[in-house]
Structures are given as structure tokens and as C-alpha cells.
Write a protein that binds this ligand. Structure first.
Ligand code: PHE
Length: 468
């Protein structure tokens, strides 16, 4: 399968998969979900879900991908379970939905890079007007999709790997620097305690659902992105340790992003953290509203340097994720419909861009799309705009996909085969603790708990029905 491309080494795969995982989900979405979910209790649940429930799903995805060398739809076929192709299809659909709105937000991030270059720190307080300006955000969204498509058309190891290797560590250092700065600001401790001192009475199904959705989204799970990436992994690689690195890196970056944002938020709000979940401040605007003002406090020279660099790196982090999102449907079209890769890339990118237009218009430009959930009468998960609605829908579908994938691995493909695949590249797997854990996790823990939570979250998020 040389023509499909392969990662040059294990580090290449880990960095690329972590590149998929680390993105707007960690730095843009995680903080506002935490804000909306009441703070530290959400964080505790999120960590718990990532390490216990999601980890087995991640292993299953990578193992299925590496075993079959296929895209998510082809993978089920290849294993001999044609009836399960629908899970792959669901994944494709989900990926398309995600990329459609993700590209819009990535465009905002890149646009902010330009604004910071011109020292326009006021853009934070004018965020609402900024995303309404359709020529501007439309232009950046087009630019972002073109860049993504260009990289994907260049093939797997060339584009994705190289970018991820340099940029990820830079981003981490940059965030850590900002964390250090954040702690020197007035009211910083109020932000930190909101973020780190849990109040478990805050927990309800909305918060649980938010944390679980966030875990799936952030780890790029449930839609076959890692089936696709797994198909490029060598048989000598250890799937378990790779998955552990990816999870730790992703969770670690989200965690430090929170450490950075909440002191800033507390500083901006004069210590009154109750406003974090309020519309106009919290929600999808959180980092876009908060950060420019903070950069302004650095003075014009440092503000421009730090601010523009930050949003540039954020755009790159988003790019390694958009690349993985586009790669999934492209791999499908190339493998299953024998379309030339280049052609597949540009057609799929165009279609997804068009699907993203309503999200683009839902930042205030279109009255209807900006108040979508309220008008059609579904509860707001985060906000009422169409972009938030699509994001919430995709998130819930990721849960369903993840649940089905892990169920498939445990019961249909059978855990014996899963174990066999994992054992390649892992000496001593047979008697390891991990094997025992996975044995339990892929048959009971993950499928059962995910199925229950999926139903509860679906009812709560879309029908306003709260069973527990
Ligand atoms: N995990 C990515 C992020 O956190 C988003 C993503 C989701 C990418 C699903 C691929 C698949 O930004």
C-alpha cells in the first residue's frame, strides 16, 4: 500500500495524530465549555472521561486502521462486516459537519493574527461585530480551506508531519509563558480556583454531557480520524504507548490552556467569575473576547509580538486538525471510489466549504441563523447560533460513533483480534495490566457507559428532557 503514503516513523505518527487532536478544541472550545459547565467539576469529569472511557475507543480506532489499512468505511468492509459500514459513513458525515464549522472558527483565529499584527487590540471588545463582517471572515474561511486542501493534496508524510513536529512544541512553550504571565495579574487566583477547585454540586447531566462531548471532540475520536491515521502506522509501533502519548499531549495542552485563560478571564472581569457563562462573554467568543485585552496590557511592541504569534500558532494547531478532518473523507473517496487524490481533495473541500456557509453567516450576519436553535425550538447547548448547533450535533454523533466503534471492536470484530493487533509492536502485551483493562473496557466499561450517556445526553441536549 505504498501509494497511500505512510508515516516515516513512530514519532511522525504520534505528532500527526496529536496534531489532529490538538487544535481549537483545546484552546478555543475547552475553556468556554469549562466556563459553561461551571468550572473545576467539569474539568475533573473531562479528565476522567479522557483516560477511562475514551482511551479504549482510541486504541480500537488505531488498531482497526492499522489492521485494515483503510479509511473508516473501507475498514469495516475489509474486516468482513459490510453491515458495519454505516459506522464509517456516520464518521464521514460527522467529520464533514465538524470541518464545516471548524474552518470558520479557524478563519477567525487567523483573522485575529492579522488584527494583532496591526495592534488592533480592541477587536476583543468588538468580537460580535468582527464575526458579523462577512467579507472579512468569509475571506479568511476561504483562505483556511484552501490551505488545508493544499496540504492534504500533498499527501500524508510530507505536509502534516513536518508542520506538526516544529509547531506543537512552540505552541506549548508559548502557552506556558502566558500561564506564567497570567499568574502575575490581579484576581488571577480567583480564575485558578474557578478552574481547579471543584464544586461537585454543580454536576448534572448537562455538565456530564459537556465534559464527555468535549473529551471526544478534543481527542478526535468517534469519527474514524484515527482509523484513517492508524492505517498509516507501522506494524512495529506500539499502539498503546502511542495512544497514551496522544492522550497525554492533548489533555495536557487543554489543561494548560485553561490555566492560561481563567486567570485572564478573572482579571478582565475584575474577579467576578459568575459572568463566564454569560452570552456575549462566554461561549464561542471566550478566548476571542478575552485575549486581545490581555495582550494590550503587554504594551504595543510586546502585545503585537505575543498576540500575533499566539494567534498564528493557534491557526497552525487548527490547521493540523483541519487537515485530519479533510483527510478522512478524501481517503474514503480515493480508496473506495478510485478517484484521483488531487481531484478528490479539491471537490471534497469545496463541498464542505459550502456546507459551512450557514455557520459562517450565523455570527450575526443572518438573523435567522444567528438565533437558529431558539427559532426552531431546540434547547441551546452553548449558544443559539447555527454554528453552535452544528458543533453540538457533531459532538453527540461522535459519542454515538465512539460507542459503536468500541462495541464493534469488543463484540463483532472480537476482542481476540483486537488483542492480536495490539500485541504486534508490544512485547509482553499478553500478560500486561493494559490487556486486562482493555478486556474489560472494550466489552463492558466503554460500550455500556457510552451507550447510556449517549442516550441521556441526546435527550438532554436536543429534547430538553432530563432523566437524571
Ligand atoms: N480534536 C480536534 C481539536 O481539538 C478537532 C477534531 C475533531 C479533529 C474530530 C478531528 C476529528 O481541535
Amino acid at each position: 500500500m505504498a501509494s497511500r503514503g505512510a508515516f516515516s516513523n513512530k514519532l511522525g505518527f504520534i505528532l500527526a495524530a496529536a496534531g489532529s487532536a490538538v487544535g481549537l478544541g483545546n484552546i478555543w472550545k475547552f475553556p468556554f465549555e469549562v466556563g459553561n459547565g461551571g468550572g473545576a467539576a467539569f474539568v475533573v469529569l473531562y479528565l476522567f472521561f479522557c483516560f477511562l472511557l475514551c482511551f479504549p475507543v482510541m486504541i480500537s480506532e488505531i488498531a482497526i486502521g492499522r489492521k485494515t489499512l483503510r479509511n473508516p468505511v473501507g475498514a469495516f468492509n475489509e474486516l468482513g462486516f459490510r453491515n458495519w459500514r454505516f459506522v464509517g459513513m456516520l464518521g464521514l458525515f460527522c467529520g464533514v459537519l465538524i470541518l464545516s464549522f471548524y474552518n470558520v472558527v479557524a478563519g477567525w483565529a487567523f483573522g485575529y493574527f492579522i488584527e494583532m499584527l496591526f495592534a488592533n487590540f480592541d477587536v476583543g471588545s468588538q468580537f460580535g461585530d468582527y464575526i458579523k463582517d462577512i467579507t472579512k471572515v468569509g475571506f479568511y474561511a476561504i483562505l483556511f480551506m484552501l490551505t488545508t486542501a493544499f496540504i492534504v493534496s500533498k499527501g500524508v508524510s510530507g505536509g502534516i508531519e513536518k508542520a506538526a513536529k516544529i509547531l506543537m512544541p512552540t505552541l506549548i512553550i508559548m502557552i506556558l509563558g502566558l500561564v506564567a504571565y497570567a499568574t502575575t495579574l490581579p484576581n488571577a487566583m480567583k480564575g485558578i480556583s474557578f478552574y481547579l477547585v471543584p464544586d461537585f454540586s454543580e454536576i448534572n447531566i448537562t455538565v456530564i454531557g459537556g465534559a464527555l462531548r468535549q473529551a471526544f471532540f478534543s481527542l478526535s475520536l468517534g469519527m474514524g480520524a484515527l482509523i484513517t491515521y492508524g492505517s498509516y502506522v507501522s506494524k512495529n509501533d506500539n499502539i498503546i504507548s502511542s495512544a497514551a502519548y496522544i492522550t497525554l499531549m492533548d489533555v495536557g495542552i487543554a489543561f494548560i490552556a485553561g490555566l492560561m485563560i481563567f486567570p485572564f478571564v478573572a482579571f478582565n472581569l475584575g474577579g467576578d467569575m459568575t459572568q463566564v457563562s454569560e452570552p456575549g462573554f462566554g461561549g464561542p467568543g471566550l478566548i476571542f473576547v478575552t485575549l486581545p485585552g490581555v495582550f494590550a496590557t503587554l504594551g504595543s511592541t510586546w502585545g503585537v509580538i505575543v498576540g500575533s504569534f499566539f494567534f498564528l500558532l493557534l491557526s497552525f494547531a487548527a490547521l493540523t486538525s483541519t487537515v485530519s478532518l479533510l483527510e478522512v473523507p478524501v481517503a474514503y473517496v480515493v480508496d473506495e471510489h478510485k478517484v484521483n487524490r488531487n481531484k478528490a481533495v479539491w471537490i471534497v473541500a469545496l463541498i464542505i466549504f459550502v456546507i459551512g456557509i450557514p455557520s459562517l453567516l450565523s455570527g450575526g450576519y443572518s438573523e435567522f441563523l444567528s438565533n437558529f436553535s431558539r427559532i426552531i425550538g431546540v434547547p441551546d447547548v452553548i449558544d443559539s447560533d447555527f454554528l453552535s448547533f452544528v458543533a453540538a450535533t457533531a459532538d453527540v454523533l461522535l459519542l454515538l460513533g465512539g460507542c459503536l466503534i468500541v462495541f464493534f471492536a469488543g463484540y463483532i470484530w472480537k476482542k481476540k483480534n483486537l488483542h492480536e493487533e495490539i500485541a504486534q509492536g508490544f512485547n509482553g502485551y499478553e500478560n500486561s495490566f493494559v490487556k486486562k483493562f482493555l478486556d474489560f473496557a472494550v466489552t463492558i466499561l466503554s460500550p455500556v457507559v457510552l451507550a447510556i450517556l449517549f442516550i441521556l445526553v441526546l435527550l438532554n441536549n436536543f429534547f430538553g428532557i432530563t432523566l437524571i
